[in-house]
Design a protein around this ligand. Structure first.
Ligand code: CA
Length: 234
């Protein structure tokens, strides 16, 4: 598997250095630019698979960099902004950003978001991707990264959200354990699949689901899980 190149445009070395190291550990090939100008130059020359773009750069605004990139390219861009910068999330997405994270964030969380964006098939016209997944009274807004159940917000972790996304994409069908692990974690995951059970269990708890009489997540013993919301009797 070839490594995906991630262009990190960030002027603060206290962020870019450890982040680049973490991305390398996560199996990506990071390249770092400290200014908007250098970022545009590397973007053109190296054609990265994804861009992490800081909003406040010494020689310009990250949103202008994004606008310029979008004139010629659909390469996925994840905007990074510091808490308090009040970067308008909606504006960022309107300008064509694929996701948006607020500092401070963990490298592991960011890597999960990067994988999610890459998996959504960034680089294609956004119209091709379903922005909302629904099954029964559960709804996932993939762009806003929001989950609701019966209209009430569900507070999900990044992994729980991803797990739910994969299950909902194939609602009514069995998703194999290995597929879930591969999609939600990492192709190079060597850990025990116990992690999967821990996350499924957490998800069930948040949904108020009883594994003995499931209304949402059904266990298919030895195979995997099936998301199949029960229709409430009227
Ligand atoms: Ca900055």
């Amino acid at each position: 598997m070839t490594k995906r190149t991630i262009l990190l445009i960030e002027d603060e070395e206290a962020i870019s250095e450890p982040l680049a190291a973490a991305l390398a550990r996560e199996g990506f090939d990071p390249i770092v630019a400290g200014t908007a100008a250098e970022g545009m130059e590397l973007f053109t020359r190296r054609a990265p698979d994804l861009v992490l773009l800081d909003v406040m750069l010494p020689d310009g605004d990250g949103r202008d960099v994004l606008r310029r990139m979008r004139e010629t390219s659909r390469t996925p861009v994840v905007m990074l902004s510091a808490r308090g910068e009040e970067m308008d999330r909606v504006l960022g997405l309107e300008l064509g950003a694929d996701d948006y994270v607020t500092k401070p964030f963990s490298a592991v969380e960011l890597a999960a978001r990067i994988r999610a964006v890459l998996r959504r098939g960034g680089g294609e016209a956004p119209a091709h991707a379903a922005a909302v997944l629904e099954a029964g009274d559960v709804r996932l807004d993939l762009e806003a990264h929001e989950a609701t159940q019966g209209g009430e917000p569900l507070e999900l972790t990044v992994k729980e959200f991803e797990l739910m996304r994969v299950l909902l994409e194939r609602a009514g069908k069995v998703v194999k354990r290995e597929e879930l692990v591969r999609e939600v974690w990492d192709p190079a995951w060597f850990g025990s699949t116990k992690t999967l059970d821990v996350h499924v269990s957490a998800l069930r708890k948040k949904l108020g689901d009883d594994p003995a009489a499931p209304r949402y997540i059904h266990t298919v013993r030895g195979v995997g899980f099936r998301f199949d919301p029960a229709v409430e009797a009227q």
